[in-house]
Each structure stands twice: as structure tokens, then as C-alpha cells.
Design a protein around this ligand. Structure first.
Ligand code: 4AD
Ligand code: MG
Length: 474
């Protein structure tokens, strides 16, 4: 039986068998055993008179064991049931001289270097379970709302975001690639007969799906070779991208808000023990920080707060005016000062709006066309596009989306200005030529939402094996 089930519904006085890893072994008598099915451990009580002393020595932190015994009510504090051990078998030793995870506090940095073992800690066990439940919530939400899950390709020839931050995919002999007459590397001789890369977004293909099935979503890994070593960027991250036909920007904002709230609620309902642990972890971690750097609310309070309040919606222009007249701008406290309409907003500005001005999630919309991607729908003012970003406290941008440019002539013009090759995207353009329709969608960074849900402050700590510049270990 798994420990989660035993604790919840184990039959008292029954003989049970559990497998797991020893967390601690106290007084040669009390084993705290974990199998990862829950944050809780089960106490297994050893009678050292009846167990071989050689075996007792091998019960060390990290060892894998199989235990058979009687499930009884526990007299000790902190647990309802425990196992009186009748038989114990060591499945795998963990030499205490060498095993890196000892029952003490390890730094998050140390645990990153030991990412192969960190799922065995309370913190990362909790994070992995939350990750699972959050993924499940994503699929459940869309399935319940009649979206179809569409698998968009990982290898692609196009750069959806036009930012040029792509990882090349090639089978060329890198020492000696084939060259054409001009001496340039000949992509026509590469595996796919053209230059390819790992996708930065499934959006363009999701649009093709939406213009046939009306409501689709993708949920897969995306890759960005941006050399930004921040606490919010990964080179490989998971993105959820719904795309809806016959919809405008307001529909898109409504969907994003409803979806985010659903996911948060689902995790609060399915992971109460893990969230309680993570809440306490953050409190402990922030104890020694100056007040100003501590989180404004407890983890649970901040989740509830997002659920209970409508997101603040305002246009870029409104936000620009607020920022330009803000104290940190006037006192030149912002690293990037806000003077000219059209400036891209940095995370310091986004966080000012969310954490200082409105104190709740914000949806910014109608951005200057120059700072957003080519596929966003041009507004009638000819200056802005129907873009939207959802900004979260402590995180900044969590969602980026838009109503798409569905008018063939406008789209072609846009592509020309952004230097996007029409020949590359002929298939995308054909959906505007044949049966085009208004449609919209967005991308949610799965790890950014994980950060919000778990209260972890570094994106490297909410994905099992982070990929960042100079780091692809494990
Ligand atoms: O704003 P982005 O670049 O939007 C798109 O890719 C659109 N094609 C989405 C769409 O409309 N279908 O990225 C969307 C979200 C961001 O808001 C952020 O949460 C996350 O993806 N994101 C990252 N997360 C972790 N590491 C990175 N390097 C990220 N880059 C973007
Ligand atoms: Mg964005």
C-alpha cells in the first residue's frame, strides 16, 4: 500500500507492507518512512530485540526499505497511525558517509546541484506533486470547456515570436557541413531539407487548429535561446496555449482570468498538505529578510486574494500615464524611466502596477504595435495592437496573448514591416485567404504559474531539471 492511502484509510490492526525511503531513524527505534505519495511520512516502530543488529545499522537516511508490520493507532504526537515492524528488508543501502541529503536544512542552490536526488526532499516532493495536479487541472479545464488538445510540433522551420532566439536542429556534420556554390552552409542537404529549430511557441499551428475545430489548446515544451540568466527565465519551459475562433480580445481576457482562477482553485483543493508545507517553508526562508523584501501576504492568502478579486484591466496608455506620474519615475528610482509613449515596459514597471498601484493581478491591453509580435491585430487607431499581458504579484508577466490579425492584406503589410518571410509562412497566410475569421489566444508560462502557486522565488526550483544558460545537467 502507498503511504497516502495507509494514512487516509488503512485498516487498524491489519498487517500491511510498505516500500519507501528512510527519512530519519531515531533512537534505533523510530523510522520516518516516505514513499513520495504524500508529504507525510509514516512512523515505523522497530523492536531492536527482535531485529538483527546488523540490519539495524543499515537503516540510514536515504536507504530504500520494504517493511511489513501491524498498523496501529499512534500514541505519539504528529501522526494518527504507525506501523509496528515485524519484518524489514533493505532494498538499497545509502551509505551515510556519502549520501548527500542528510536530515538538515540544505540550501536551494545545493539542491539544484543535486537535482537527481532533490525530489526526495519535502520541498521538491511537494513541488512535483503540485506540478502534477496543476497539469491535470489544465487538461480538465479545457476538456470541460469543450477545447480539443492539439499536439503542435516541437521541430519547426518558423520563428513564431520573431525574436530570433532559437535552438537549431540539425544532423549536419558540424566539423564539415555541406556548402552551396556561394560557400554558405547548404540547408537543403540537412535532415528536413531546410533549416529547422526547436519551437518557441505552438501558437501558429494552434491557430490552424482553431480555424477548423473552433477551440483548441496546446500544452508542451517550448525553447528559447535567450541568454537571460534571471530567476524567471528558462531555456526550456512548458507553455499552455489556447486558441479560440470567433473571439475578440475581451473574450481572450475573460478566458485567461477564468482559467487562471480555476487552476489555482484546483491546486488549493487537491494539494492542501503540500501548500501548507510550502507556505511554512516560505515564511521560514523570509524570516531573516528585511521587511520590504518579504512577501506581502502568506501563500494561502495570496492565492485566495487572486481568486476573490477581479483582475484590474487597463490599456497600455492608461498604464503609461500612471507610470510616468509615479513616484519612482519622478524620483528616478526606475532603472528604465518612462518618458515616451511607446516604450516597452520592464518588469520593474509591471511590478509597480501590480504590487504598488493596484495590489492585484493586472491585465494590460492595447500595446504599441512596434513592441509586439507581427501576428497581433491592428487596432483602428493604427498605433496599437489588440495584445494583452496578464501580470501577477511577485512574478510579473505570466500570460501573453492577443487577438490575431485575420485580415490578409493587413497581415501581409505587418509581415513586411517586421521582415517576416511570406514564403516561409505561406500556410499561415492561406488561413487568412480561405475562410478567415476573428480569433484570439494566449500563452501561459507553466513555470511562472508554478512559482506563484508554490511561493518559490526561482523558476529553477519549480521544474524537475532546469535548462538555463551553461546548464543542462541531468
Ligand atoms: O509572451 P510570450 O512570448 O508569448 C508567446 O509565445 C505567444 N506565442 C503565446 C500565444 O499567444 N499563444 O510567452 C508566453 C508566456 C509568458 O507570458 C511567460 O509566462 C512564459 O510564456 N515565458 C517564459 N517562461 C519561462 N522562461 C522563459 N524564457 C519564458 N518566456 C516566456
Ligand atoms: Mg510576452
Amino acid at each position: 500500500m502507498q503511504i497516502a492511502q495507509l494514512i487516509k484509510s488503512g485498516e487498524l490492526n491489519a498487517t500491511v507492507t510498505v516500500n519507501g525511503w528512510v527519512r530519519t531513524f531515531r533512537s534505533n527505534r523510530f523510522i520516518a518512512l516516505s514513499d513520495g505519495s504524500t508529504i507525510k511520512t509514516i512512523q515505523c516502530v522497530v523492536d531492536f530485540d527482535t531485529i538483527d543488529p546488523e540490519l539495524i545499522k543499515r537503516i540510514t537516511t536515504g536507504a530504500a526499505v520494504k517493511i511489513t508490520g501491524k498498523l496501529v493507532e499512534s500514541l505519539g504526537k504528529g501522526q494518527s497511525v504507525e506501523i509496528v515492524v515485524e519484518n524489514i528488508a533493505i532494498l538499497g543501502d545509502a551509505n551515510p558517509e556519502e549520501y548527500p541529503l542528510q536530515p538538515k536544512k540544505h540550501s536551494l542552490e545545493f539542491l539544484r546541484e543535486n537535482a537527481h536526488l532533490r525530489p526526495r526532499t519535502n520541498t521538491f516532493g511537494a513541488i512535483l506533486r503540485v506540478r502534477h495536479h496543476l497539469s491535470f487541472a489544465v487538461h480538465k479545464y479545457f476538456n470541460d470547456n469543450n477545447f480539443f488538445y492539439m499536439h503542435t510540433p516541437v521541430v519547426t522551420g518558423s520563428d513564431a515570436e520573431g525574436a530570433g532566439e532559437m535552438f537549431r536542429v540539425t544532423t549536419h556534420d558540424l566539423e564539415n557541413p555541406p556548402r552551396n556554390e556561394e560557400g554558405k552552409i547548404d540547408d537543403t542537404q540537412d535532415f528536413f531539407g531546410k533549416a529547422t529549430n526547436l519551437t518557441v511557441s505552438g501558437q501558429l499551428e494552434a491557430e490552424l487548429g482553431a480555424l477548423a475545430l473552433s477551440k483548441v489548446y496546446t500544452f508542451g515544451p517550448t525553447f528559447r535561446a535567450e541568454n537571460s540568466n534571471t530567476s524567471r527565465h528558462l531555456a526550456e519551459f512548458w507553455m499552455i496555449e489556447p486558441e479560440i475562433a470567433f473571439a475578440n480580445l475581451t473574450d481572450n481576457m475573460d478566458l485567461a482570468e477564468d482559467f487562471l482562477k480555476y487552476c489555482i482553485k484546483h491546486v488549493m483543493e487537491t494539494c492542501p498538505d503540500d501548500l501548507a508545507f510550502l507556505e511554512q517553508r516560505r515564511l521560514d526562508a523570509e524570516k531573516d529578510m528585511p521587511q520590504a523584501e518579504r512577501s506581502a501576504m502568506s501563500l494561502t492568502d495570496s492565492l485566495k486574494f487572486v481568486l476573490d478579486n477581479p483582475f484590474q484591466r487597463l490599456s497600455y496608455t492608461e498604464a503609461f500615464n500612471i507610470l510616468r506620474n509615479s513616484k519612482p519615475n519622478k524620483k528616478k528610482k526606475f532603472k528604465f524611466l518612462i518618458n515616451e509613449w511607446g516604450a516597452d515596459l520592464q518588469s520593474e514597471h509591471e511590478r509597480y502596477l501590480v504590487e504598488k498601484e493596484f495590489k492585484k493581478p493586472v491585465i494590460l491591453y492595447d500595446y504599441p504595435k512596434e513592441i509586439k509580435a507581427f501576428y497581433m491585430r491592428q487596432n483602428d487607431d493604427n498605433k496599437t495592437v489588440a495584445a494583452m499581458d496578464v501580470l501577477f504579484p511577485g512574478i510579473g508577466e505570466i500570460v501573453g496573448g492577443a487577438q490575431r490579425e485575420e485580415r490578409l492584406d493587413v497581415l501581409k503589410e505587418k509581415m513586411a514591416t517586421f521582415d517576416v518571410d511570406e514564403k516561409e509562412l505561406w500556410w499561415y497566410l492561406e488561413t487568412r485567404k480561405f475562410g478567415t475569421a476573428p480569433h484570439a489566444g494566449f500563452g501561459l508560462g507553466f513555470e511562472r504559474l508554478m512559482m506563484f502557486l508554490t511561493g518559490m522565488s526561482n523558476v529553477r526550483d519549480v521544474i524537475p531539471f532546469p535548462r538555463t544558460p551553461k546548464n543542462a545537467e541531468f
